[in-house]
Design a protein around this ligand. Structure first.
Ligand code: AGP
Length: 366
């Protein structure tokens, strides 16, 4: 209803703008990095784990893919991320010392729940749910649970659930890193400051909405789009492409930018917008040469670049500048403009944003 929507046109837009609040609510008031936040038994469950197995679907799967970079780089824990509907039907080699993490907004997604039960049947006992619904089946089925406090998500396209899942996964990474002696006290303090500052940083990114609306008006007439990212931001490119597909019905694909010349470069023409996620990280120079490959074929680049990348507007190169690089938490900032781009492109095309065709909010059947 109009009352619930406040100044927003759709629930999706409202939920995008709720993200600073949702993240602030998801962060514990005190001692962000103690096992107790994951459940009373967490210390025992975490003791002696040697790897992670993350199971999820859709956007929640992309949260897991992002977190893999954190677990492997920050904690040196081998991490496998798998689409739930694939895992449940294949032969896998169970490792009882693996921590199984299911990620789900609803906690009711049939494939993720079945994948969890499949893992348990194979002998996995160390299980954790990262979930937005306290009373859900997944929370009841796992030894441990961390609840995101995104609040009810109504839009079929997940937004605030995703960014709060990332916050939960980052907390898990730092907590495990501490337990394993991988994260020093001063580093922990830096991470905590960065987490606490996220709502403010997010508000700066949300303020880019008018510039993104101008891009969305150009996207509305396109039939295809390519999304590029590298490393930690490759899953963010995947999420951006999924958002655009889901609600605007524009065909979109995401690729790790280094993979371009192995195939997708053949698609690039002037008619192909190429959205690029360009944080100022160690891969920036590599990414810039990938952007050059696109420009050389006449592709139109739409780049979300950190302010300190020095990527500037030019022929066939459109740039929206984010704040300075945000380190390990950068994906949480970079997904915001992609959500807004999908949202405003869908609005410009006049689709049913909150209830896109053929989709359900929670997929409780296989
Ligand atoms: C995201 O925009 C989708 N609608 C969808 O991929 C969703 O993330 C997926 O169905 C998983 O749902 P869950 O998080 O409730 O398990």
């Amino acid at each position: 209803s109009a009352v619930e929507l406040g100044p927003y046109r759709h629930f999706m837009q409202k939920e995008i703008f709720e993200q600073p609040r949702a993240i602030a609510d998801t962060l514990p008031v005190a001692e962000a990095f103690t096992p107790a936040h994951f459940g009373a038994q967490a210390e025992q469950v975490f003791e002696g784990i040697d790897s992670l197995l993350i199971l999820a679907c859709g956007t929640s799967y992309y949260a897991g893919l992002t977190a893999k970079y954190w677990f492997e780089s920050m904690v040196a824990l081998p991490t496998q991320v798998e689409i739930a509907s694939e895992y449940r039907y294949r032969d896998s080699v169970p490792n009882p010392n693996s921590l199984v993490v299911v990620i789900s907004q609803s906690g009711e997604t049939a494939d993720t729940l079945a994948a969890l039960k499949h893992a348990q049947a194979l002998g996995h006992t160390r299980t954790l749910a990262i979930c937005n619904v306290a009373t859900s089946a997944m929370v009841r089925q796992t030894a441990l649970a961390f609840l995101t406090h995104a609040g009810t998500e109504i839009g079929v396209a997940s937004t605030k659930a995703f960014t709060t899942q990332l916050v939960a996964l980052f907390m898990l990474a730092v907590t495990l890193g501490k337990l394993r002696g991988r994260i020093a006290a001063h580093t922990e303090e830096i991470y905590l400051k960065q987490l606490r500052h996220l709502p403010v940083a997010l508000n700066h990114v949300l303020a880019l909405e008018p510039q993104i609306i101008a891009w969305a008006d150009q996207f509305a007439s396109k039939e295809n789009a390519l999304f590029l990212g590298r490393g930690l931001h490759y899953p963010i490119a995947l999420e951006g492409a999924l958002k655009l597909k889901e609600i605007s019905y524009i065909h979109a694909e995401a690729y790790p930018a280094g993979e371009l010349k192995h195939g997708p470069l053949a698609l690039v023409t002037r008619a192909m917008p190429v959205v690029t996620v360009a944080p100022n990280d160690a891969l920036l120079e590599k990414l810039k040469s990938n952007m050059q490959e696109v420009r050389a074929r006449g592709g139109e680049l739409y780049v979300f670049a950190d302010a300190d990348t020095r990527i500037v507007n030019g022929e066939g190169l459109h740039v929206i500048r984010l704040p300075e690089h945000y380190g390990w938490l950068s994906p949480i900032l970079h997904v915001i403009p992609l959500q807004l781009l999908a949202y405003h492109t869908a609005c410009a095309r006049g689709t049913d944003v909150d209830k896109p065709r053929n989709l359900a909010k929670s997929v409780t059947v296989e």
